[in-house]
Design a protein around this ligand. Structure first.
Ligand code: ATP
Length: 314
């Protein structure tokens, strides 16, 4: 006999398993977040409903409690530098926040931490019991390696120092945050490997421009994350197509469609493309991320954020 979980009404989502052996019914339910009285109530309700089923003469309810779910880390990487990975990270985070999620950004780009500039903040994080408290900007929380050194100073860090800094940022106070976008340095080096080992991101988004030189390196990034079993949520093609503001004609300075073809070649999703846009560059430099506004760029980032969420659901 099959017992429908819908019989357990509002408690059905807590059910993790229902097993029946003859007249014995065993239920496993998730009691995460419930205090002792709540757990007793849950157990009593499940038992009563199970006992009321025809043919059931013995009911056993086991409760499990998982750790409170922490934030999900979504890495944003690229093979090559300068392809717009930081710009995409900042705007993707804001677009996710505007879709109603609690979002943070970790700026782990030790070669060029640009998130404070992109988000228009120079605030420094405070520390409580050696734990960094992210600053808030544009509706998202931020911790950046750039905040750990004086402005204008180079981060002359070897691998272990970069990994140590990344750990500090990951272990910041991210209470209440659902998703953390991690803006990685370009390439496939120490920071990427540390992130994969320490924090197991739920997936990675790869940003590439359409031309072959960028895509060759994007392939290496896909390969690294594939080899370490981090799901590639998809590829974003940036700087694809330029519309002349004077004559309106569209041209493709970096070629066209290369990232979509690469995604197909590797069997990873193609999440969408962003045009080369002088206003996107100017707004980004000025610390006014387009995703926080209302124009076509905001709509494009919202679509990318929805595509990323769809891949996470999948
Ligand atoms: N779609 C776009 N149109 C116009 N300019 C863009 C676009 N995307 C990014 N840029 C500009 O390109 C430059 C590099 O972008 P960004 O810093 O995001 O790249 P990156 O891949 O993170 O670089 P890095 O190698 O430093 O990590 C910035 O000046 C940014 O404003």
């Amino acid at each position: 006999m099959t017992i429908e979980t819908s019989l357990f009404g509002a408690d059905a989502p807590r059910l993790r398993a229902v097993r029946q052996e003859g007249g014995k019914l065993r239920l496993i339910a998730d009691a995460t977040g419930l205090d002792e009285a709540g757990q007793d109530d849950l157990k009593a309700r499940l038992t009563a409903l199970a006992e009321a089923q025809p043919g059931v003469d013995e009911v056993l309810v086991a409760l499990t409690a998982g750790k409170a779910a922490g934030p999900k880390l979504i890495a944003v990487g690229s093979g090559k530098g300068g392809v717009g990975k930081s710009t995409v990270s900042a705007n993707l985070a804001i677009a996710l926040a505007r879709l109603g999620h609690k979002v943070g950004i970790i700026d782990a780009d030790i070669y060029g931490p640009s998130q404070p500039t992109l988000l228009g903040t120079s605030e420094r994080p405070e520390a409580r019991d050696k734990q960094l408290i992210p600053v808030s900007a544009q509706g998202v929380k931020l911790l950046s390696v750039g905040q750990l050194v004086s402005p204008g100073h180079a981060l002359a860090w070897r691998g272990p120092m970069a990994s140590g800094a990344l750990t500090q940022l990951i272990e910041g106070d991210w209470t209440g945050t659902e998703y953390i976008i991690v803006d990685l340095p370009p390439g496939t080096g120490d920071v990427q490997l540390s992130l994969i080992q320490k924090a197991r991101p739920v997936g990675v988004v790869i940003v590439s421009t359409p031309q072959d030189l960028s895509l060759i390196d994007a392939r290496r990034a896909i390969d690294l994350f594939g080899k370490t079993s981090v799901p590639v949520l998809g590829l974003i093609e940036n700087m694809a197509g330029y519309q002349c503001p004077h004559c309106g004609e569209t041209s493709d300075p970096f070629g066209q469609g290369g990232a979509e073809a690469t995604a197909a070649e590797f069997g990873v999703p193609f999440l969408g493309r962003l045009p080369l846009s002088a206003s996107l560059r100017a707004e980004s430099d000025a610390g006014r991320p387009p995703a926080a506004g209302e124009g076509p760029a905001a709509a494009a980032f919202r679509q990318l954020a929805q595509a990323v969420l769809a891949q996470l659901d999948a």
